[in-house]
Every structure is written in C-alpha cells, then in structure tokens.
Design a protein around this ligand. Structure first.
Ligand code: NAD
Ligand code: GLY
Length: 353
C-alpha cells in the first residue's frame, strides 16, 4: 500500500491518494460506517457496474449508473446524477463515490462540486488512464456544445483509491489509452521516459503497470500541488492535448488516450519545425508512441480537427492556436501559431506519416 498526500498551495483543501489492492472489498468496507453516517451515493457506468455489480451491491449504498462512453459525458448525465443525489437525500456532509474511468470521474467530480455548492467526493478510478491521470488533481468536466470539457470546475477529491486489480478486466485498448497519459508524463519527466524506453517490450505487462501507477501519481501530484488551478506550471500537463482534443472531437472512434498519443506525435513534429529541439530524443519519443498506438490515422479530418483547436482553453488571441509541445528530454515549450499556419502544417505533417 502507498499513500500520497496532496496539500494544495494556498488552499485549505487536501487530497489523500491511496494505492492498494481490493479497494471495493476492503477499503470501502472499512469506510462504510462513516459513509453511511453522512450519507453517500455510488456513481458508476454501465460497463463497470456489469463487471463489479456484486462488490458494489455488497456495500448496500444507493447506486446511480450512467450509460458508458464519452458521448454521455453530457449535461443530461450530469443533471440526472444531480437529481439522483437530491432524491437520495444527500446533504452537505454526504459523499459521492465515483467508480469508473475518466468519464465517470469527471462527471462525478463536477456533480460533487455543484451539489449544495460542494460536497465530498471519493474517486475510485478503474481504468489505467484514470489512475495515472484523471482522478488526480481535481479537474472535473462535461463536454458541451461540441467542445471537450467546456464546462467544469476544480474540486479536489477527498480520497482517491487506486487499485491495480481493476486492470484485470480492462480491454487491451484501454491499457493503450492509459499508456497515452503515461507517455505524456514521460515527456515531462526524463527518468520515467528512460524507464518506458527500457521496458518497450513489456509495456502491457500488469506488474509493470502496477508499478507505473504510483510513479505517475507522484509526478502529477507534484505539479498539481504547486499550481492546483492551472494558472501556470500545470499547463505543462496539456502537452499534446490541443491537437489531441481536437482529433478526439472529430474522430469519434478514437479514444482520449489514443488522441493524446497522436497529438504528442504531431505536435513534436511542429516543435521540430519552429523551436530548438533535440531531434534524436523526439525520434525516440516518436518510436515509443508508435510502439503503443495501433489505430488508423489516414482518415482523420485534418481541417475539422484544426478548426476545433481554435476552442482550446490555452488560446488567448483570436485566430491563434497555443500548443504545449515536447522539445528536449523532460522539457516542453509553448508554441503559438497563426491558425492558418497551424492548419496547413498539420496537413503537411499528417500527409508525410
Ligand atoms: P472511460 O471512462 O470512457 O473508460 C473507458 C472504457 O472502459 C469505458 O467503456 C468504461 O466503461 C470501461 N471501463 C472502465 N473501467 C473498466 C474496467 N476496470 N474493466 C473494464 N472496462 C472498464 O475513459 P477513460 O479513458 O478512463 O477516461 C477518458 C476521459 O477522461 C475523457 O473524458 C477525458 O477527457 C478525461 N480525462 C480527464 C482528466 C482530468 O484531469 N480530469 C485527465 C485525463 C483525461
Ligand atoms: N490532465 C491534465 C491536468 O490534470 O491538468
């Protein structure tokens, strides 16, 4: 068992992150008496509920199940959940328990931050992506008006319980998606990058993944502690995401993690064109990404994706796109391009791959 305490700069809030096995049957059972005393609701999705129904129902807490999938990261799901929270009599002292991947975690966190102006939330991330990234740091969101994560809040979970036994039921593609965010962290952290390069032939190995979870949580927690509300440093965690999010909205058959990998790949090429970069390192990063990725890219609608990048939250000026791009080992830079240049260059880069 490993425990991390996140004390957030300038804020009273704190998050405790616990990495341990059998969270549903052990950790939550241990917490049950105080959860019941304050009132609690479990929020999960249809896939996770189907797989873990017995353990979830054994907790004898009310459960709200959303249909699985990014397409349901919507205002309809958010308001249905808020309604379930009200109907189950949740109070200020109550807790929302989000059990699932990043979609459940993001919506659950948002609902917890809105209900009665904020109640406690426990995140139980069940995907690799959610354990290494989305459950840590308090970003919550729904997609809105065709834009990823347009509505959201910062609301730190009281606890995050990361349990590698959930990976046993996770399809290989979801492992690949989680590796997308791990590679993102590796682009910011040279020792992690070296570790991934040394283990390229066993990146899907469960033992390695169980070790990578606490390492990634530590990397992310250190950044979040210094800049919880993303006023500066935390923007590095958006590396590759401007293009990644834009592709994700355009290509509904690609997942978040796959799009992050594609975004990192394309943006490293943009970095090579415009900034002082370490070419050999970026080639290695490209090789690592290609080892993990297994999706087709030739059908991506580049024009539409480039247009959607205009809505990225990092942009500050009209018709300009801001990218956080990898440059050298463990280093990144911001690159701001005119929209017309970004669109043209993205097309050129995609045609050459
Ligand atoms: P997801 O929540 O859609 O989960 C992926 C799939 O795996 C779903 O079908 C889900 O039902 C299923 N699943 C979950 N756990 C499972 C398990 N143990 N066994 C079998 N199937 C399981 O997607 P995700 O990849 O976990 O998260 C992506 C989302 O996270 C995106 O919406 C993205 O924007 C968000 N995100 C948020 C942050 C943040 O900081 N808040 C960071 C990164 C990503
Ligand atoms: N996933 C990016 C962040 O948490 O800041």
């Amino acid at each position: 068992m490993r425990t991390f305490h996140i004390k957030l700069k300038g804020m009273a809030e704190r998050s405790v992150i616990v990495c341990r096995k059998n969270v549903l049957s052990k950790q939550l059972k241990e917490d049950l008496s105080w959860l019941k005393a304050g009132g609690a609701l479990i929020f999960t999705d249809s896939n996770v509920f189907a797989l873990y129904r017995r353990q979830i129902e054994a907790l004898t807490l009310p459960v709200f199940v959303m249909p699985a999938g990014e397409e349901n990261k919507s205002e309809q799901t958010l308001f249905s959940l808020l309604k379930a929270m009200a109907e189950n009599g949740l109070r200020r002292c109550s807790t929302l328990i989000a059990i699932g991947g990043g979609v459940v975690g993001d919506i659950g966190g948002l609902a917890a931050s809105l209900y009665m102006r904020g109640i406690s939330c426990i995140q139980i991330p069940t995907t690799l992506l959610a354990q290494v990234d989305s459950s840590v740091g308090g970003k919550t969101a729904i997609d809105f008006c065709g834009v990823k994560n347009l509505i959201g809040t910062f609301h730190q979970p009281m606890y995050v319980y990361a349990d590698p036994t959930f990976f046993k039921t996770l399809p290989q593609r979801e492992i690949r998606c989680g590796l997308g965010e791990i590679v993102k962290h590796a682009a910011l952290n040279a020792p992690l990058f070296d570790r991934l390069m040394q283990n390229q032939d066993r990146l899907f190995d469960m033992e390695l993944l169980a070790e990578l979870v606490p390492e990634n949580i530590r990397i992310k927690a250190e950044i979040v502690q210094k800049d919880p509300n993303e006023t500066g440093l935390r923007r590095c965690l958006n590396i590759g995401h401007t293009t990644g999010h834009a592709i994700e909205l355009t290509e509904k058959n690609l997942s978040h993690g796959e799009c992050v990998l594609l975004g990192l790949y394309y943006e490293s090429r943009l970095a090579q064109r415009h900034l002082d970069t370490d070419e050999a390192y970026l080639r290695e990063l490209g090789t690592l990404i290609r080892t993990i990725l297994a999706c087709k890219t030739e059908d991506i609608d580049v024009e539409r994706a480039a247009h959607l990048a205009l809505f990225d939250k990092k942009n500050t000026q009209e018709n300009r796109v801001v990218l956080a791009v990898p440059t050298k080992r463990g280093e990144f830079s911001f690159l701001e391009l005119r929209y017309s240049d970004y669109e043209r260059e993205l097309k050129e880069i995609m045609e050459t791959l």
